[in-house]
Ligand binder design. Sequence first.
Ligand code: BGP
Length: 493
Amino acid sequence: MKMPVMERNRIKKDFYWGGATAANQFEGGFIEGGKGLVKTDVMTGGSAKAPRMVTYVMPDGTTGTVSKYAPLPEGARAAVLDGYYYPNQIAADFYHHYKEDIALMAEMGFRMFRMSIAWSRIFPKGIEEEPNQEGLDFYRNVFEELRRHNIEPLVTIHHFDTPLYLEEEYGGFNNRKTIDLFIKYCDVIFHEYKDLVRYWLTFNEINLPLAFKYVLGDQTKKQEEDTFYMMHNEYLASARAVKLGRSINPDFKFGCMIAAVISYPETCDPKDILMDRERWEQGIFYSGDVHCFGEYPTYAKRMWKGLDIDFPESDLKELKEGTVDFYTFSYYNSSVTATHPIGDSVEGNLTRGAKNPYLKYSDWGWGMDPDGLRYCLEVFYDRYKRPLMVVENGLGAYDNVEADGSIHDDYRIAYLKEHIEALKEAIDNGVDCIAYTPWGCIDLVSASTGEMRKRYGFVYVDIDDEGNGTLNRLKKNSFYWYKKVIESNGEEL
Ligand code: BGP
């Protein structure tokens, strides 16, 4: 029997090549135009070894700092203090450079730009009656500028930046009142930008609290319950936003955003295999399943064992009514699940565990694994049968500016090339992936460490970890390389 010649599935012509950022890591202008504070505005820089610190003031006026992972002391308020440098306050200053930055994106040929709206620019504390006009104008200008360059905005509504006031007064999404305030914010931006934005992502990496649970180890029953309720409130907020958005503009398309913190079992010991599967379910699938299927999965019963979890029927109905149109995720590295004592241990994008001897590790210890991208693209597509977008991927690395201003970031090109090859393979295998927006396309502040020197961009931003620099933009070698990749629709890597 003669086999039919199989045509290779290629990247479609209208594929969205682009790049990704988030307001709090990229914009700066932290109190300009009436913007309110968010947690990162009161966080110092850290490093792979030292955590970022939150600065605070006590009711008696004494001040202090505490790790961003720890709660503030009783009665303390997070505050901006003299004598500290807060990297997110200036970040890459997109607030004042947006025209120049968008022109650079257009020069590379971007067809999509993922960015987020800072809730605190629209409602500085989150509780105001009326939105802040200057904040609305800023994003209108940005979206119009993107449209002028034929770049499609992909807008994250919430990227780790609940207004600080809501976090401190309401406990953020632990409190159901925050859902109503979030929906009010959505209502404003959906009306305001209904003719400028089509693609929306509700919550960035919504799955992280559960993925992180594996790393944190044992928690109290109360802590575990709080996490599940907080996440439920975010899922509910997302579902309501989707439903509301569709009523405002039926052409809106909504996606979820999941951190693909994938892992492999260390050995063929069935215990490793089982634990790894449970880790995928808890850390990745649980959130995607609720977003895509509109209901909690069967294995949730196992995850809730021994806890008092009981969500109102009316909530569950709402989850069903607000499922997403497409599935997006971030992917940087993979990790290893081991039930046996481990030798070398490493950290990744909010993951921690045994070292994989088959991978190379970045300067920040993230295991570089292009095959993992193909692996999760195929797993996600098979599970959800919805268009996928890779909305974060990339290599955080030290860059060196030569005397003539050139930056030879061949390591970054190598990383991206391998990942795009993996993406092409997944597409050839039938996966409907419609976008690739590598992270930090223009250098920005690292979320985990607060460093500027952990750079991801095609464009270098001249500012260091103490805030010194001109904020000038310089094109790296990867800039010219990526331009060629886009021009050839991924054929020339
Ligand atoms: C993801 C976040 C981003 C981004 C990225 C890279 O978890 O969605 O905000 O920062 O990770 O991580 P880092 O900045 O820590 O290198």
